[in-house]
Design a protein around this ligand. Structure first.
Ligand SMILES: C[S@@+](CC[C@H](N)C(=O)[O-])C[C@H]1O[C@@H](n2cnc3c(N)ncnc32)[C@H](O)[C@@H]1O
Length: 450
């Protein structure tokens, strides 16, 4: 039997993590594959299962740091390469990127970063001829990189230009720059806890945010942290925890959670005492929702269906509905740094059509007097404010119930003049920037007229 290709016992320590990181970066940059697709589920990189937890965490940081700083890395490397990044060997490009990312931002000795990148190109048929170049460029990066970074200081190079332009147009130049700066930060680990946030903050070396989320800087596998196996908390960005709460006290109410998987909001609603029906189109993602609910010892009915067509058995209507619509996810770039490089303007138009259909369908499933919360994790108004305005303009059956700052821990900056929720990555600043920020979310609360 041939030896496995990944992490052979005699391999140089840390090389397998770099090789997989380079494969994943090639996947994003050249095959248009998302990180979620390459790191989880059936499409996951086959080498991942051979990596020890520590190496898996290192691989994730390599990938995330490289993609989060891709524009700056391009700027630095362009200054160090007379003829640009080689275009005939993707592995030369990814080896240069992860080598420079380690030198500039990670706690890896420069000589190790250079050596491992050189080994990566030597092992690749097409890239091997660039071993000398990679060696020379990364050594120069170690010597001159800090000065080159100073050069790029203050320029929002790490946001795809089409997105930055949109944010400047919509939020203004200053806020767009603040968003870009916040997205450059490695995100904290945010947890929604079932009870006693201060106790969990202490145990997990974190703090309790004004909204009740426990925020910590712990890294690595969450499965080994206290409380995970006991189902005492789940991972959920502090902004993502807000929309479900806008349904108010859900005790004993029937709530449909449309587009529910992997179930962060389903868990909140079930924990709040609702009788939840969770609907999602993806069988694989619904399996994750079920696993999560089992771990959390919470109960929800699950339905795999297209929520834009779904017809529940009971036609009486729901007391409440949450629509967490699929979107471009541009508000989550801190956590999904591939998004800005993979998405395009065309995605916004096609998703906003689906979002409108989902919202209209949801409105028809609501009891008179029932409450509907529509949300997306996009910063693009076409996927948030405009979807809701269009639906409100098209029907007299729905009306907006404005959200008050008191419902979001008194954070007035999160509430728009018409009473919708709009969180930005630069919100909730902290003196330690690693503990600040929120995912960008939009939510509106509507009522079906009694
Ligand atoms: C933003 S994610 C939902 C996150 C989830 N609400 C949570 O809090 O964990 C969007 C989900 O919508 C699902 N989806 C996309 N189109 C759908 C459709 N037409 N009907 C039902 N679910 C859909 C996707 O499979 C994905 O799981």
């Amino acid at each position: 039997m041939p030896p496995p290709r990944f992490a052979t016992p005699s391999e140089v320590p840390g090389l397998a993590a770099r090789r997989i990181a380079a494969d994943v970066i090639d996947g994003v940059l050249h095959k248009h594959r998302t990180l979620d697709d390459q790191l989880d589920g059936t499409g996951a990189h086959p080498g991942l299962k051979h990596l020890a937890d520590r190496d898996r965490a290192l691989m994730r940081r390599l990938v995330a740091t490289t993609l989060r700083r891709l524009g700056t890395l391009g700027h630095v490397l362009s200054r160090l390469l007379d003829r640009g990044v080689p275009t005939d060997a993707p592995r030369a490009q990814s080896a240069l990127l992860i080598g420079a990312a380690q030198i500039l931002w990670m706690d890896v000795p420069d000589h190790a970063a250079v050596d491992l990148s050189v080994r990566l190109v030597q092992a690749d048929r097409r890239a091997a001829k660039y071993a000398g170049l990679v060696n020379a460029v990364l050594r120069r990066c170690a010597r001159e990189g800090t000065a080159l970074l100073d050069d790029a200081q203050g320029q929002p190079l790490d946001i795809a230009p089409w997105l930055l332009k949109r944010w400047i147009d919509h939020y203004g130049e200053a806020t767009a720059k603040d968003i870009a700066a916040a997205l450059g930060q490695e995100p904290s680990l945010d947890l929604t806890v079932k009870s006693d946030p201060p106790q969990w903050a202490t145990r997990l070396h974190g703090e309790v945010l004004p909204t009740g989320t426990v925020r910590t800087l712990l890294h690595g596998s969450v499965t080994v942290l206290p409380g995970f196996a006991e189902g005492q908390w789940w991972v959920q960005d502090a902004a993502a925890a807000l929309p479900a709460r806008l349904l108010g006290d859900v005790t004993g109410k029937t709530i449909a959670d449309l587009c529910a998987a992997p179930g962060g909001k389903t868990a909140q609603l079930a924990h709040g005492g609702a009788r939840v029906t969770a609907v999602d189109r993806s069988q694989a993602r619904m399996s994750r929702l079920k696993d999560n609910m089992t771990r959390l010892q919470l109960v929800a009915e699950t339905v795999v269906a297209d929520a834009a067509e779904w017809q529940p058995a009971d036609a009486g209507g729901f007391d409440g509905i949450l629509v967490d619509a699929p979107c471009t996810s541009t508000g989550t770039i801190r956590r999904h740094p591939d998004v800005g490089w993979l998405r395009s303007e065309a995605d916004i138009a096609s998703l906003s059509g689906l979002q409108a259909r989902l919202l209209s369908r949801a409105a028809g499933l609501l009891k008179p007097g029932g409450t509907l919360v529509y949300c997306t994790c996009s910063l693009e108004p076409e996927e948030g404010e405009q979807v809701v305005e269009n639906v409100l303009a098209a029907t007299t059956e729905l009306r907006r119930i404005p959200i008050t700052p008191g419902e979001v821990a008194g954070l007035t900056e999160l509430v728009t003049p018409v009473g919708d929720l709009r969180t930005l990555p630069c919100h909730l600043p902290h003196q330690d920037p690693r503990l600040g920020g929120l995912d960008g979310f939009y939510a509106a609360r509507l009522e079906r007229r009694p």
